[in-house]
Ligand binder design. Structure first.
Ligand code: FAD
Ligand code: NAI
Length: 471
């Protein structure tokens, strides 16, 4: 029987990073992965590399370039005629990036001498070592790291065929731009993929169950995002909608729902994206064989160090509590591998950034203003717009702002919220600040290159003390 110090089940960002770190630390490591490409080949990288972060960002970039040529170049004095969308080329580029990234992980496995066990992994029994079945072969492990990730949640009675009614997988691969696209769920997937197809020419209508838009974001950011997406970009978003029926007709999908005013409504679309969240993936994992505890929503129960209730069994990434973000899973993977190797692995859950890659981008770390209010924390807020920044104007990206929330007594930064160009990159400074316990005064006194978008972060820090220099 093959025997390892560590067997990781799942090779998404949480699992493959855990495997690499374990191998770096000298542990004999294997990783079980069952993902197959549409061509039927086994692939590493999980949701993130195959049908999540990486392909969605490739399409966001391509569609943004298309929108720039059509709508923004004019302002620069560039006119382009005969602009044509070649969707197949765009999708092929995305697929090439995915395959380059997933084979990159295979290369990293080779380099780090990690054994890739291809197929489905199932926990069989425990004791002094753990037994795992991989496609009929018994494998032995001293330590197990479960990183089986998540899958799209579907709505009862709505059959996803990933051609007409799609979750993230189908929505990343439409073979033509739908004339009318429906989206159920105005969360991160709905907004990112809705934006892609809107920019490529679809008329997009998004139905959201909750009465508030982007409830997890700071209210000021959510308000600005609402304005940008609905007024400036033409996404139609309806809040407080209760879906009653989705019927797939021969050539279109009809959706019946109740609006926020309790009236019955309906609309038709050529394709529908169902993006109503994700559920943890423990299908056929054998949790019941070994007494692995799941919570009421199906997540594997873990402590702050990702230990399950079973000895030497850990779980990381989307399959456990916390935000479903690739970098959160990666950090948990590193933490667990280091703990197994006898080191002091650690994740600071208060310093995990969120980014929504729409245009403008949205990014934040730490507490929102509404959270601080509800927790009764005294704070000071500073906000500065990109419209006063020379680099932002040069980039033709004057929308949005950076907002910093700092403790009223100590000035320690509690939250940074941003909507605007390059927000995904700018947020790194805020993460470092929060990780190091910096004050807004620290950022205000650090030299920021001119002209750069990052000057807006400094000006927002100065604004906390009401002493912005350029506005
Ligand atoms: P996964 O990536 O889901 O990987 C789990 C792996 O385990 C899968 O490959 C699966 O095949 C395998 N597996 C499951 N069960 C078994 C078994 N029993 N045996 C063998 N293998 C098994 N996050 C970000 O941070 N930034 C983004 O920009 C971003 N964009 C996204 C865009 C979309 C459209 C979607 C859907 C998600 C996005 N996410 C993003 C979320 C991100 O993809 C997830 O948080 C991340 O993939 C979770 O990593 P994971 O390793 O926990 O699980
Ligand atoms: P989500 O949780 O972000 O959003 C789902 C939305 O659907 C919510 O607003 C919810 O209220 C709504 N909803 C739920 N049921 C509904 C119903 N019956 N009718 C109408 N609306 C309904 O989930 P999403 O967008 O599917 O993404 C899943 C996860 O993947 C995200 O939470 C995030 O963790 C991750 N992700 C991260 C990205 C990033 O970091 N940029 C990009 C895409 C996904």
């Amino acid at each position: 029987m093959k025997s390892f110090d560590v067997v990781v089940i799942g090779a998404g960002p949480a699992g493959y990073i855990a495997a690499i770190r374990a191998a770096q630390l000298g542990l004999a490591t294997a990783c079980v992965e069952e993902w197959k490409t549409p061509r039927g080949e086994y692939a590493l990288g999980g949701t993130c590399l195959n049908v999540g972060c990486i392909p969605s960002k490739a399409l966001l970039e391509s569609s943004e370039n298309y929108a720039r040529v059509l709508h923004q170049f004019k302002a620069h004095g560039i006119t382009a005629s005969g602009v044509k969308l070649e969707l197949k080329t765009m999708l092929d580029r995305k697929d090439r990036i995915v395959s380059r990234m997933t084979s990159g992980v295979a290369g990293l496995f080779k380099k780090n001498k990690i054994t890739w066990l291809q197929g489905h992994g199932r926990l069989v029994s425990g004791g002094t070592s753990w037994k795992i079945d991989v496609e009929g072969e018994a494998i032995e492990a001293k330590h197990v790291i479960i990183a089986t990730g998540s899958k799209a949640r579907h709505l009862p009675g709505v059959a996803v065929d990933n051609k007409t009614i799609c979750d993230n997988e189908g929505a990343l691969a439409f073979d033509s731009v739908p004339e009318r696209l429906g989206v159920i769920g105005a969360g991160v997937v709905g907004l990112e993929l809705g934006s892609v197809w809107r920019r490529l020419g679809a008329k997009v209508k998004v139905l959201e169950a909750l009465p508030a838009f982007l409830g997890a974001a700071d209210e000021a950011v959510a308000q600005e995002a609402w304005k940008q997406f609905t007024k400036n970009q033409g996404l139609e978003i309806e809040l407080g909608a209760t879906i009653s029926k989705v019927v797939q007709q021969k050539k279109y999908v009809s959706i019946q729902y109740t609006g926020s005013d309790n009236s019955s409504k309906s609309f038709e679309c050529d394709r529908l994206i169902v993006s109503v969240g994700r559920v943890p993936n423990t299908d056929g994992l054998g949790a019941e064989n070994v007494g692995l505890k799941l919570d009421a929503k199906g997540f594997i129960e873990v402590d702050q160090n990702c230990r399950t209730g079973l000895p030497r069994v850990y779980a990381v990434g989307d399959v456990v509590r916390g935000p479903m973000l690739a970098h959160k899973g990666e950090d948990e993977g590193v933490m667990v591998a280091e703990i197994i190797a006898g080191q002091r692995g650690h994740v600071n859950y208060d310093a995990i950034p969120w980014v929504i890659y729409t245009a403008p981008e949205i990014a934040w770390v730490g507490k929102t203003e509404q959270q601080l209010k509800s927790e009764g924390v005294a704070y000071r807020a500073g906000r500065f717009p990109f419209a006063y920044n020379g680099r932002a104007l040069g980039r033709e990206e004057p929308e949005g702002f950076v907002k910093i929330l700092a403790d009223a007594r100590t000035d320690r930064i509690l939250g940074v919220h941003s909507i605007g160009g390059l927000a995904s990159e700018l947020i790194a400074e805020a993460v470092v600040a929060i990780e190091f316990g910096a004050s807004s005064e620290d950022i205000a006194r650090i030299c920021h290159a001119h002209p750069s978008m990052s000057e807006v972060t400094r000006e927002a820090a100065l604004a906390v003390d009401k002493r912005s220099l350029n506005g």
